[in-house]
Design a protein around this ligand. Structure first.
Ligand code: C2E
Ligand code: CA
Ligand code: CA
Ligand code: CA
Length: 279
């Protein structure tokens, strides 16, 4: 018995150590990595059901590590949200997105809007709007070209302050998406007050629509509700034809997921845009 326990403990210990090393590596190298431009943006196109083509994309950060290869955001975003480094990374990502939009404008003569993720911590910066306006000026862009994705849980932090800030953004012409809608608490009551334009329903719903009658019905009614209060709906995490057909039937506006395309590097994304119809 004792032997077995020791063996099991050794495995556990090994895993723990690996995880800690991993965390330490990430924390040790993050500053250097941002300076060395090891972070890059990937773009995942978003398909419009009405227009039957891609009408926007989401920017998702990747860490291309010289030794470790591609590190998924699941491994570093939660750490950066704990130590605050996410604020620096987000600023970097937003600027990279603006560079991309300027490149589209110069190469293709048109711009397809991109949504960026905005972390809860980003709202502590009183000059957040000024930062975005600075980017608009520097790259000669307009606010409709960038949409801001904020997860519903972020609003619970400091709703009054965030709401005031969001209104200022909206007055300037930016749009907000509520990300991962339905994954947390008090989702419905938040819809009453928050100046959000687009609802992005959490992928757990779409992944259950085939197996769960309830998930399907809830999805259907969420889309209806959003439309009733003049919001658009994006469904993410869509992987199968059955899901797409269901979503078209219930009238959702935009679809994002592996079924249409995975997140791709910037150059590939621009090439894809170049070969797609103008809408
Ligand atoms: P998210 O904002 O909910 O992004 C959607 C995630 O779902 C992405 O994971 C995307 O690659 C993945 N996804 C897209 N389509 C499908 C699909 O059909 N099936 C499945 N199973 N997954 C799909 P990713 O890129 O690993 O990002 C994970 C999370 O990391 C994001 O979740 C977001 O919360 C965070 N994140 C990524 N980039 C940034 C960033 O620049 N700033 C901040 N603050 N957070 C970021
Ligand atoms: Ca997002
Ligand atoms: Ca999401
Ligand atoms: Ca998420």
């Amino acid at each position: 018995v004792k032997d077995n326990y020791q063996k099991r403990y050794a495995v556990y210990d090994g895993l723990m150590r690996e995880r800690m090393m991993d965390e330490q590596m990430i924390l040790r190298e993050m500053e250097f990595a941002i300076e060395q431009k090891q972070f890059s943006i990937y773009l995942q196109p978003i398909y419009s059901v009405v227009k039957k083509c891609d009408t926007s994309a989401e920017a998702l950060v990747r860490w291309v590590h010289p030794k470790e290869g591609m590190i998924s955001p699941a491994r570093f975003i939660p750490l950066f949200e704990r130590n605050g480094f996410i604020v620096r990374l987000d600023h970097y990502v937003w600027e990279e997105v603006c560079r991309l939009l300027a490149e589209e404008r110069d190469k293709l003569g048109r711009v397809v809007p991109v949504s960026v993720n905005v972390s809860r911590l980003d709202f502590y910066d009183e000059n957040l709007l000024e930062f975005f306006m600075g980017l608009m000026k520097k790259y000669d862009l307009e606010p409709w070209m960038i949409k801001l994705e904020v997860t519903e849980s972020a609003y619970t932090d400091n709703p009054q302050q965030i709401m005031t800030m969001m209104r200022r953004f909206q007055d300037a012409g930016f749009k907000f998406l509520m990300d991962d809608f339905g994954s947390g608490y008090s989702s419905l009551s938040m819809l009453r007050n928050l100046p959000v334009n687009i609802l992005k329903i959490d992928m757990k719903f779409v992944q259950e629509i085939v197996t769960s009658f309830r998930a399907a019905k809830i999805m259907e009614h969420m889309v209806q509700l959003a439309h009733d209060i003049h919001m658009e709906v994006v469904i993410e995490g869509v992987e199968t034809k059955e899901q797409v057909e269901f979503l078209q039937e219930i009238g959702c506006d935009e679809i994002q997921g592996y079924y249409f395309s995975k997140p791709m590097p910037k150059d590939e994304y621009i090439e894809r845009l170049a070969g797609s119809p103008v809408v």
